[in-house]
Design a protein around this ligand. Structure first.
Ligand SMILES: [Fe+2]
Length: 534
């Protein structure tokens, strides 16, 4: 049985192909069309990639699911048909047309119109998380800007306990604050989170939200409130008020989530927590939940944004047929390129290159010498974090690395932090709460040793870090690279940032990688067994 999950309709369209309970391929459309978040795109290229990976055609797919449900829309507006919805409800009318729209587009590309099953948005977020958590029992929270109307949904195992509807949405609240801070909605929320530790007044928005008895409320017109009270949206320099508002929004999010977890944990009795939905990309919040002591174990779908709905849609259909999933150990499910393909691209570009026999050892040596290295290997990781197959790597020991990469390589704001990839066994050395964190989606407080040894991968203001703990099993080649770096330096850590420049998606193909390498200040590029220097 083949199951195809398709997430599309707004941002981060993606596709996931399952064969029974086995993930065959996952890919975000943005990587293939080179348009970050691929807003409003139908993921035709990602569908083609997934089918090619399994060597099948669309007709071989047994069930196709999408991450929106017209039934959910009509339920909320109490109308028997889409046609009865007024034009002013454009967004909702559009949701209820997505299935038909996709069917006609698929007909255009594949010659026939397949059956498509509509699945409520938050159900697809949920099925991207709990079934892949490895937990038998858990409390789950899905949390984003909005689904059909749901913004936050609470589950006890597979049973829905409670849901919050827009405009009472933490995702919209945080997103609108992000917008007022001068960043992009549904894109710059990570910048708000990164800015927050520079703030000093967490109370500025205190009366704009409340929580009690397993409920919460946030000011739906937060943007208008900020404009009226603190002036127009930021276009120039970041002032203290912006830092304070970022901190206040972050504090609101953390307090409300702590409250929800505490309340629903009392009801369910579960100490395991699963999260999904765009807000769960907030690694600071996730870290606060884990370190609160309320939770024993946490699983966060690394594709917490709507791209993950593709996994959830496919997993929902497979679960209906009785399949169960193993814990998600990695997300290297994207395209890969052979050495022949890589060499062809290098030759075509008339680039000087050399073949090397030990790319991991070579990369470690370059990094130890202070070089910034583009690292391109194996199947591309999906999700917003580079996890060692499409990464830019550097020395974590030198605090100046942060400014160099922000300025010369990533072309982004100087205060943005970088993250470490560390050998699994180094957790105790650097993390106050040693914990498996394979997906860079949890922030942790750090030890004195971390402050001394790896300053370039800690947030400058609060000394937290968002690590990727690397096991030999999940990524043997990357593990070896870090191990080789340790042999040279005694430090089992490298700085790992995604292989892209600001405003672009992570590179996918050798051609993307080569282009990015030459338009920024990286020193060397290692792709497969080939080395390119500047
Ligand atoms: Fe969502």
């Amino acid at each position: 049985m083949y199951y195809l999950g398709i997430s599309y309709g707004w941002h981060d369209p993606a596709v996931c192909l399952l064969k029974e309970n086995k993930i065959i391929a996952i890919c975000e459309e943005e990587r293939l069309i080179r348009f970050k978040h691929a807003h409003l795109q139908v993921p035709i290229n990602a569908i083609k990639f997934c089918l090619k990976k399994a060597n099948i055609s669309l007709r071989d797919i047994d069930k196709i699911g999408i991450n929106w449900s017209s039934y959910e829309v009509l339920k909320h507006f109490n109308k028997p048909s889409i046609k009865k919805l007024p034009g002013s409800l454009f967004f909702f009318r559009d949701i209820s047309r997505r299935k038909k729209k996709l069917q006609s587009i698929l007909k255009l590309y594949f010659g026939f119109s397949p059956q498509i099953i509509e699945i409520p948005h938050h159900i697809t977020h949920f099925y991207s998380s709990f079934p892949f958590s490895g937990f038998n029992k858990a409390l789950s929270i899905t949390i984003d800007g909005e689904g059909e109307k749901t913004a936050t949904c609470i589950f006890s195992n597979k049973e829905k306990l409670y849901e919050f509807f827009i405009p009472n949405s933490l995702g919209l609240f945080y997103g609108r604050v992000t917008e007022w801070l001068g960043f992009k909605f549904a894109d710059g929320e990570g910048k708000t989170m990164g800015l927050a530790p520079y703030g000093s007044n967490p109370e500025l928005l205190k009366d704009k939200y409340s929580y009690a008895n397993g409920k919460y409320w946030v000011e739906p017109k937060i943007y208008e409130y900020l404009e009226k009270t603190f002036g127009p949206r930021r276009t120039g320099e970041i002032k203290q008020v912006h830092k304070d508002i970022a901190l206040s929004a972050q504090t609101a999010l953390e307090e409300i989530m702590l409250h929800l977890v505490e309340h629903y944990q009392e009801i369910t009795g579960y100490k395991n927590l699963c999260l999904a939905g765009g807000v769960a990309l907030n690694c600071k919040m996730n870290g606060v939940l884990l370190e609160s002591g309320l939770i024993k174990d946490i699983f966060i779908q690394p594709l917490a944004n709507d791209a993950g709905c593709a996994i959830g849609a496919a997993a929902y259909l497979a679960t209906q047929d009785g399949y169960k999933f193993k814990k998600l150990e990695h997300v290297y499910y994207g395209p890969e390129y052979s050495d022949e393909e890589i060499e062809h691209v290098l030759k075509e570009a008339k680039v000087k290159y050399e073949k090397i026999s030990d790319p991991a050892g070579y990369a470690a040596e370059l990094i130890a010498k202070g070089k910034i290295v583009g690292w391109f290997q194996g199947r591309m990781e999906c999700g917003p974090r580079a996890l060692g197959n499409r990464s830019i790597l550097a020395d974590p020991r030198n605090p100046k690395t942060v400014d160099i990469i922000n300025y010369y390589v990533k072309h982004r704001e100087p205060w943005r932090p970088f993250c470490p990839s560390l050998l699994d066994r180094a957790k105790k050395r650097y993390m106050k709460k040693p914990y498996d964190a394979p997906f860079m989606i949890l922030a942790f407080n750090t030890t004195e040793k971390a402050h001394e040894e790896i300053p370039a991968v800690l947030h400058r203001a609060d000394k937290t870090m968002r690590p990727q703990t690397v096991t030999r099993k999940a990524n043997p080649l990357y593990y070896r690279l870090i191990r080789e770096f340790e042999k040279l330096t005694d430090i089992p850590v490298v700085l790992n940032t995604s292989f892209n420049v600001a405003g672009e998606p992570i590179v996918c193909s050798p051609k993307d990688a080569l282009g990015t390498f030459f338009k920024c200040g990286m020193d060397s590029l290692i792709m497969g067994n080939y080395l390119v220097r500047k």
